[in-house]
Structures are given as C-alpha cells and as structure tokens.
Design a protein around this ligand. Structure first.
Ligand code: DP6
Length: 341
C-alpha cells in the first residue's frame, strides 16, 4: 500500500520535436493547434522526487539545489494542484529536481521537467495512472512534456479537449528510432529572453505566416510518419528541417519579432548544409532558443559532431556539443512501502 506521505522519484528524458508544436488552441488546458512528432533523447533528463505531507502551508521546490520561485514555481504548484485534486488530498509537497539539461536554453528542460514532475507527483499521491493519463497530466505543465512520457519516437495528437490531447509511441516497424541520433550544438546555455509560451502566443496573434505554416503542417506530419513507416531517414530529416524553418519563419514575422536565431545559429545551419553536400546525413532543427540540433544517423553521429565542431570553432569558440541517441520513456521509482512481517 502506498500512503500519501511516501516519496516517489521519476526520471524523464527530454525530447526534440521533428515536427513542431507552436501555438495553442486552448491556453488553459494546453491544447495545441497542431499535432507534433518527437524523438526522446538518452543524454538529457530530469530526475524529480516528490513527497507530500510536509509541514507548512506552501509547496517547496528546488532545481539543482536552488529554490524555485516566481513563474516557474507557480507552474509547479499548478501541476501539484491537479494531482491533489485528483487524489483528494490537500497536503503540501516538497519537490526536488535535478536536471542534466541546460535549463530554459531551448533544450527542452520543461519537457523532461514536467514529465518527471507528473510521474513523481502522481506516484507520491498514490495515483495509479496509465501512460496516456500521465501524458495528459504532463501536458498541463508544459505541452512538450506530454511526449516525454514515451521513449523513442512519440506523436502528440493535438485533440480538441483534455481527453483527446495526448502523446503515444509511434509504430516503428523498421526500428528507425534506434538508428537516429541528435547532435545538440549548445551555442548558448543561458536563459532565453522570450519564453516559448510568450513566443508562441505572440506568433499566433500577430504573424501573417502562422496560418500558412499550420496549413502546411498536416502534410509535414503525414510525410514524417510515412518516412518512419518506411525507415526513410532522408525523408524524415528533410521534412523535419522544412517544418522547423517554417516555424522560425512565423516567429520572424510576428510583431514584434520573436528572435531566437542568432548569427551563430545561422553559421551552424550553414555548416549542416555543407555537411550534407559532403554526403553526410545531417538535418537541422531549432526550438525556442539559439541552439541547433542536428538529426543524423547513429552510426555517423560522432563524425557529424567532430566535423561540426571543426567547422564552427572560429565562429563559436565556446561551443559545447551533446551527442544523444534515442532515449527511454518515463521511469517511476516508488520506494517499497510494504511492511516486513
Ligand atoms: C519550440 O512545451 O515549452 O520546443 O506548452 O507553453 O510549456 P508550453 O511550451 P513548450 O513549447 C515547446 C515548443 C517547441 C516545439 C516543440 O517542442 O514541439
């Protein structure tokens, strides 16, 4: 039996969207305008422990040993409230999170963070949730977190309401996900100036390119799914690159523009193109930050990484890279609370 005061720990891995989520149909429930497709990464993850029943009248949260405050704290409390409501408890919680993802640098820390929080909080509250329910719960913290419940390739169905908006694993008959790698070019590990939440709101409201991107999006997703079905990395890479470039185009024409792409990002994008001309499999994607993620074949990842570091040494001397492969889904560790007899 689990009582509400036993702690639970969960680990969730970051995911990078190959076909993006950018824009909400419902801000409160986090229902996206478009469905999205992602790859969960082994090297980037968050481990979170939640314990309900602490003294005091407020939740407490730390991330990498620092007390979480402000908006980030409020988002954690909101998710805990959903869990409390569902479990019928009012206890305050202690949340301890450790990240291997540079926070808020467009490296999907909110995806792994809220997936781990959803998993740990639900387990600590004694809730037995299915993966689909966990995906829906994580979505309420951060949309992209819905996909981090699953390993490998995951699709988040936009849906139209709380019940129908969830992620699930993508059928992968050729085992393509095992052949994929992502070389993450960390050009800037600092915090981004415009949050993805604000950036997407502004884009939806003001960019003349937003609707055309949404209209093209369904075709991008269908093409990507078809590519996965056929184990066709070239097609998957090409459509992922096109979809991300289109998304950043919508940001550029927002008023005022949402600017995540820096000169260094542009240099990295050009380097990826050069690699392709050299015959290496490499396609670029970017999120709500300046960093560039390069989709490649697992067997070529080290070579792609070495070439990119070489090519970018002058323009981005501070460059750090992470070579990541397909990672696992949410892992929940609930201490065994049965009494010995
Ligand atoms: C560009 O999931 O961080 O990474 O739902 O407002 O928390 P909220 O946004 P978030 O947005 C991620 C946007 C993206 C694309 C993607 O991951 O699909």
């Amino acid at each position: 039996m689990t009582d509400a005061s036993s702690p639970a720990t969960a680990t969730a891995h970051a995911n990078i969207a190959l076909i993006k989520y950018w824009g909400k149909a419902d801000d409160e429930l986090i229902i996206p305008v478009t469905s999205s497709l992602s790859l969960t990464l082994d090297a980037l993850y968050t481990t979170t422990t939640v314990r309900f029943g602490i003294d005091g009248d407020a939740d407490e949260a730390t991330l990498d040993g620092e007390v979480v405050t402000g908006k980030a704290y409020n988002r954690i409390v909101d998710l805990l409230d959903l869990v409390r409501e569902r479990a019928g408890i009012t206890d305050r919680a202690e949340v301890v999170s450790v990240n291997t993802v540079p926070t808020a640098a467009g490296l999907a820390s909110s995806a792994s963070g809220f997936a781990a929080l959803a998993g740990a909080a639900a387990a600590a509250a004694g809730l037995e949730l299915s993966d689909r329910e966990l995906s829906r719960l994580a979505r309420r913290g951060s949309g992209s977190a819905s996909r981090s419940i699953f390993g490998g390739l995951a699709v988040w169905h936009a849906g139209t309401d709380d019940d129908s908006s969830y992620a699930e694993p993508v059928a992968d008959p050729t085992g393509l996900s095992g052949d994929l790698a992502m070389v993450v070019l960390v050009l800037d590990a600092g915090e981004k100036s415009v949050s993805s939440r604000e950036g997407m709101r502004r884009t939806v409201q003001t960019s003349p390119d937003y609707r055309p991107w949404v209209e093209a999006h369904a075709g991008h997703l269908a093409s990507a799914m078809e590519a996965v079905k056929n184990g066709d990395l070239e097609r998957l890479g090409a459509v992922a690159e096109e979809n991300a470039a289109g998304m950043h185009g919508t940001m550029a024409s927002a008023v005022p523009p949402v600017e995540y792409v820096t000169d260094q990002s542009r240099a990295a994008l050009a380097a990826v193109k050069t690699l392709r001309e050299e015959g290496l499999p490499a396609w670029a994607t970017m999120d709500a930050g300046p960093n560039v993620k390069v989709l490649t074949r697992a067997s070529e990842a080290e070579r792609v990484d070495a070439r990119l570091r070489e090519m970018l040494a002058e323009v981005a001397p501070q460059l750090g890279t992470v070579v990541a492969y397909s990672g696992p889904g949410l892992e929940i560790t609930r201490p065994d609370t049965r009494e010995a007899n």
